[in-house]
Design a protein around this ligand. Sequence first.
Ligand SMILES: Nc1ncnc2c1ncn2[C@@H]1O[C@H](COP(=O)(O)OP(=O)(O)OP(=O)(O)O)[C@@H](O)[C@H]1O
Ligand SMILES: [Mg+2]
Length: 447
Amino acid sequence: MARILVVDDEPGLREFVGDSLRLDGHDVVEAEDGRVASKKLDERGFDLVVTDLRMPHVDGLTLVKKLKAEQPEVEVIVMTAFGAVDTAVAAMKLGAFDYLQKPLGGPDELRLVVERALERRRLLDAKAGASADDSLPPLTYGDPAMAPVVSAIEKVARTSASVLLLGETGTGKEVAARAIHARSDRRARPFLAINGAALAENLLESELFGHERGAFTGAVERRRGKIELADGGSFFLDEIGELKLELQAKLLRVLQERRFERLGGTRSLDVDVRWIAATNRDLGAMMAGGRFREDLYHRLAVFPIRLPPLRERKGDLVPLARALLARIGPSVRGRVLTLGADAEARLVAWHWPGNVRELANTLERAAILAERDVIGASDVWLEASAPPPAAVDAAPPLAAARPLVELERDAIVAALTSVAGNRRKAAEVLGIAERTLYDKLKRYGIE
Ligand SMILES: Nc1ncnc2c1ncn2[C@@H]1O[C@H](COP(=O)(O)OP(=O)(O)OP(=O)(O)O)[C@@H](O)[C@H]1O
Ligand SMILES: [Mg+2]
């Protein structure tokens, strides 16, 4: 289902086009001239505009020009009177996708051109929201610990409830977010994401909400924000724990009221999105410390899902490793590689502090190292920095056993050293709450 705006001053034709597209299941809005169309376009997002060229007030060419300047992602099909192909050509130079000649041949001709335009829109959307992980087989698992998680994902996907994904770094929170969208009836609508840690505060804000022309220096054109573009689809708030309080307040309002304004704008826009948030931080501790809003937490955590660390679901290792390798082999070595039993045993024995991401990286290294099509234990380097001891083909011996407390103390010292003593970052590296780190520092007497 797409959102389509049909613009024509001739009621008969407009209704014919509108009704044909509605019959195909599209959500259609009609406008009788360019001025009304402009207003509707400002109010909500469309995927496609089908417009007549000759109309009173604001004509079709002016509409196309304005639309392509402000919302270049919207596809346009123009309808032109027989014998006026030159205006259609002008419209296509301005960015229109195609044209139809009046009188229209029938619903099939219309349908064909509309479907082609929507197909292009889908391709562009997919590209915009795509990451390198897109081609991954979704949600591979094999451990009983994952069964309730996958079942929760499947159940919640059918609703529009907000989901909060919790879990250490690399446990698959983004994979889960995409899986929820892909299994929902919003799947044909966009999936958009922002990462709270990746952008400066002011950039994040304009990414999210968009801005009006002149809202700040450099805002030369009106730009629609990602929330607006995600209308009807899903929005992934990644690393939500990194958002500053001010932005948390603004987001809360969007979640509560389902409306927002572009930066520098006064008009409120309605928006219908399903929210999925993720964090590896301890939001409980952050709320206790006044760094995360409780009201926002409750809005986001309608349905919390915790992704267990890989070390707590060892039964996932072999199925995950095989699924990942099926993709990595062809892309790294141009052929299918398999895992030897000795390599699998080594993978299962490791504790995977970096979780599935670390597993993927380890397999990629192994694929590069492997001299045969079967990966052996000696190809499996478990620490990025340290190759295993001169290995023949047998699994290198595991490190001599040491008391856990000693290992923990060393890990904390190493983490603190690697981030120049910054406790917040050290806690992140260790995958524990900052408060837990403080407790441990005290217990071990680390300065
Ligand atoms: N169930 C799974 N099936 C296949 N691949 C997975 C699965 N879970 C995670 N991965 C892969 O592991 C890597 C890390 O996953 P993802 O980016 O979703 O983790 P994350 O929890 O968002 O991590 P971070 O907190 O660091 O952002 C990705 O390459 C992803 O494709
Ligand atoms: Mg992530």
